[in-house]
Ligand binder design. Structure first.
Ligand SMILES: Cc1cc2nc3c(=O)[nH]c(=O)nc-3n(C[C@H](O)[C@H](O)[C@H](O)COP(=O)(O)OP(=O)(O)OC[C@H]3O[C@@H](n4cnc5c(N)ncnc54)[C@H](O)[C@@H]3O)c2cc1C
Length: 284
């Protein structure tokens, strides 16, 4: 199917794009188009104007700045999957990127689009929660920073206001390690559910744990109680079993074609323990 008619704009700067967006309340940003274009073509939505941010300079690049890894919002998923510094320092992010869709989608889809779309089944948001990422957002008049845990408001709804563009993702480099585990039916599918775990250790004890959940509720979720429970503890089987129970305090599963609530709860607990046990360099 063809999408409804829309006007197409390709601004050259963030200011120009943000100004246009703030004056056109139904206009939408186009990044890689891998979520927006299918929605338009299937006529699930229509928009009067599209603002393609693909020609704006400065939204690309992966770089370490001080204690942060900074990723431009237009960096595509395959670039993240292939980046050796991300693989070494943030394996959960690398692992999630490599499991998103297929090479065609990964080459076009961007990390910013995956986050801004607000789909609870998208994989990057949970990783952002586990890594305590921050998002830099620009409008025509101001810049602000929003923590990942405050960004996802509801299904397909985020803290972005009309006229705002996500420009950069900032991830604190805390000397941690992690994993992303995703359960799907077929290669290239969205997650039935997924979990990102990021852990830094003080000897045999957990200094800090970060846990984000994919497709376990209306948005990506941060499992704060489980994170806090693990802090200061050894990663013993008993402690992991207790933490896995605490994950269920934030989940909001429904019975559907992918399985019953009971099945999903069991699966989540299993994936969590497998993820922690699979983290490299962490004493268990
Ligand atoms: C077949 C298929 C399978 C897929 N499987 C997965 C999967 O397993 N896991 C997964 O995570 N994703 C999956 N996706 C989604 C894919 O990762 C998309 O690329 C991603 O959700 C959106 O990124 P995009 O750059 O294409 O954004 P677009 O489609 O261009 O935009 C998506 C939304 O975000 C907004 N937006 C985009 N960038 C910005 C920005 N910088 N500032 C403000 N708003 C912005 C747009 O206005 C739009 O509302 C799949 C997609 C397809 C087609």
């Amino acid at each position: 199917m063809f999408p409804d008619k829309f006007d197409y704009y390709a601004p050259k700067s963030i200011e120009e794009a943000a100004k246009f967006l703030s004056g056109h309340e139904d206009a939408k940003v186009l990044a890689g188009g891998q979520s927006l274009i299918p929605l338009l073509k299937l006529r699930f939505t229509s928009v009067p104007e599209i603002v393609d941010i693909g020609r704006i300079k400065g939204l690309d690049g992966i770089a370490f700045q001080g204690n942060y890894l900074e990723i431009g919002s237009m960096v595509c998923t395959s670039e993240i999957a292939e980046d050796s510094s991300i693989r070494k320092k943030f394996p959960a992010l690398s692992e999630a990127a490599g499991q998103i869709a297929d090479p065609l989608v990964r080459n076009r889809g961007t990390i910013g689009g995956d986050i801004c779309h607000g789909d609870p089944a998208n994989d990057f948001p949970a990783v952002m929660m586990a890594l305590d990422a921050e998002f830099e957002i620009s409008s025509a008049t101001k810049k602000r920073t929003v923590k990942a845990e405050d960004f996802f408001v509801d299904t397909f709804s985020t803290a972005l206001e009309q006229g705002e563009i996500l420009t950069k993702i900032k991830i604190p480099d805390t000397g941690s390690s992690g994993r992303y585990m995703k359960y799907k039916k077929y290669a290239g599918d969205f997650s039935i559910l997924g979990i990102a775990v990021n852990i830094s250790m003080d000897g045999k004890k957990v200094r800090k744990a970060g846990i984000g959940l994919t497709n376990c509720g209306p948005t990506a979720l941060k499992a704060r109680e489980a994170e806090e429970y693990l802090a200061g503890k050894e990663l013993s089987d008993d402690n992991l079993a207790k933490a896995s129970e605490l994950l269920l305090k934030v989940t909001d599963f429904m019975d559907d074609d992918n399985g019953s609530v009971k099945f999903k709860e069991k699966l989540l607990k299993y994936l969590f323990i497998r993820a922690v046990k699979g983290i490299g360099g962490v004493p268990k």
